[in-house]
Design a protein around this ligand. Structure first.
Ligand code: PLP
Length: 445
């Protein structure tokens, strides 16, 4: 079939998706797929929510879009009120954008401008963690720590350096407590700040629960508290990337709530509009808002579609629906069920090293050796084979082969819609189990 679309992978023509119902998508041939990853942890209300659909139709009937250089709008103002009413402590304003990478770009520029406003222009460095992904635009890519994604685009735009992630399954030493491990890796941030020079670092960027690059990896207790202390000690801003793990995905509205701290800037996207419209945002703390408002008063940034009225109406309806239907309770309950079912099925599997995550954000890591945790040779592309076979079996899951300090690993991420039922969790695990059996049999393992 010919196409004029520049698909990401030009070797494959994907089937055309034509309709969605609950947690299922149907393609042009009538084949139904169980969406166990919400696309890329996006579709948190499934694919046919009547309230979000009605809110979009109502807003388009009134006014689809008005440029934010001229107007505010009811949906934009109400969505900002709603987000701040439920935001982590200290958040005061919302800067709207159209997706996750834009939210990171805006966060980086807000951080930079904050230091210009308060007379600290030398703070031009950003520190992030290895094996991190913060978006594909060049600024976001510059701070991300996934070397495979960065390499071909170097030199990149921002002065960034990288410290270790908090990934206990991979890096906690024998005999080391989780707390000691957390402090050890958090302290790398202090070392990096001292090395770059105090007064030179603007921000540290991290995902509270790492999604795509590592497969639902939460930090050990105390890690983020220590990170907050170090940022405060050296006047470094903490940018939390909750693009994937936020907006209810881990069982609390914000993943960082479970760590007992707040960031200075927090990027949100995916679950904000649940995929019904493209939207992202940055939660901006009082301190940063005040510095800009009482300085130049003008954030030097902007996109044509920021605060898009229809996108804001969709996001507002999404957030209200999550609360009205008490869906975060279901995220916790079904998340526990998913974890139990995955452990039940794969707990003793010879090639499954770890099953982890929070809420409806779960990862399964495949290893060549359960004892040594040795990953598979990357050339086997286990994760890609699992994605392909699962899709043939009518299951959407989100597999990645990441790089951990040069070492590769294969994992699969599950992020089903918050409306998923216990029966559907069983279907996910059955289809996944069938897929894993097929892939390892074909590998001769
Ligand atoms: N940050 C994180 C943690 C992500 O997972 C993603 C996307 O997967 C992004 C940023 C970039 O978001 P987008 O693809 O909407 O630009």
């Amino acid at each position: 079939m010919t196409t004029h679309v520049l698909h990401r992978n030009s070797l494959i023509q994907p089937p055309r998706a034509v309709s969605g119902e609950g947690i299922y998508i149907t393609d042009e041939n009538g084949k139904r797929y169980l969406d166990a990853c919400g696309g890329a942890a996006v579709s948190c209300l499934g694919h046919s929510d009547p309230e979000v659909r009605a809110a979009i139709i109502e807003q388009v009937g009134k006014l689809a879009y008005a440029h934010s250089g001229f107007f505010s709008s009811d949906p934009m103002e109400e969505l900002a009120d709603d987000l701040i009413a439920h935001a982590p402590a200290g958040m005061e304003r919302v800067y709207f954008v159209s997706g996750g990478s834009e939210a990171i770009e805006a966060s980086l520029k807000l951080a930079r401008q904050y230091f210009l406003e308060i007379g600290e222009p030398d703070r031009e460095f950003v520190i992030a963690r290895r094996q991190s992904y913060h978006g594909n635009t060049l600024g976001a890519l510059s701070v991300g720590g996934n070397m495979w994604r960065r390499r071909q685009f170097e030199p990149l735009l921002i002065n960034a350096s990288h410290v270790s992630p908090c990934f206990a399954y991979r890096d906690q030493k024998a005999g080391e407590t989780a707390e000691d491990y957390g402090l050890r890796v958090a302290n790398e941030l202090e070392e990096a700040i001292l090395q770059l020079g105090t007064g030179r670092v603007a921000a540290f960027v991290a995902e509270p629960v790492v999604g795509a690059t590592s497969g639902a990896v939460a930090a050990v207790p105390g890690y983020f508290k220590r990170i907050r202390e170090i940022c405060d000690r050296y006047g470094v801003l903490l940018i939390l990337d909750e693009v994937m793990c936020g907006m209810g995905r881990t069982g609390t509205l914000h993943a960082i709530e479970q760590e007992g701290i707040s960031g200075d800037l927090q990027a949100i996207a995916k679950g904000l509009g649940a995929g019904y419209q493209p939207i992202g945002a940055v939660l901006v703390s009082d301190k940063i808002n005040k510095a800009i408002a009482s300085g130049t008063g003008f954030f030097q940034h902007g996109h044509t579609y920021q605060g898009h009225a229809t996108a804001c109406a969709a996001a507002l309806a999404t957030q209200r629906t999550i609360r009205k239907r008490d869906l975060l309770k279901n995220v916790v309950t079904q998340g526990d069920n998913l974890q139990k079912a995955l452990v039940g099925r794969f707990g003793n599997h010879p090639y499954v090293g770890d099953v982890r995550g929070r809420g409806l954000f779960r990862g399964v890591e495949f290893v060549a050796d359960r004892v040594t945790r040795e990953p598979f040779d990357p050339s086997r592309k286990i994760h890609a084979k699992i994605k392909k076979t699962a899709f043939e079996n009518g299951l959407m899951c989100y597999p990645m082969g990441g790089t951990i300090d040069g070492q590769r690993g294969d994992h699969v991420l599950f992020a089903p819609p918050y409306i998923v039922t216990e029966g559907q969790i069983g279907d996910i695990v059955d289809l996944f189990s069938k897929t894993v059996d097929q892939v390892f049999a074909a590998e001769g393992l």
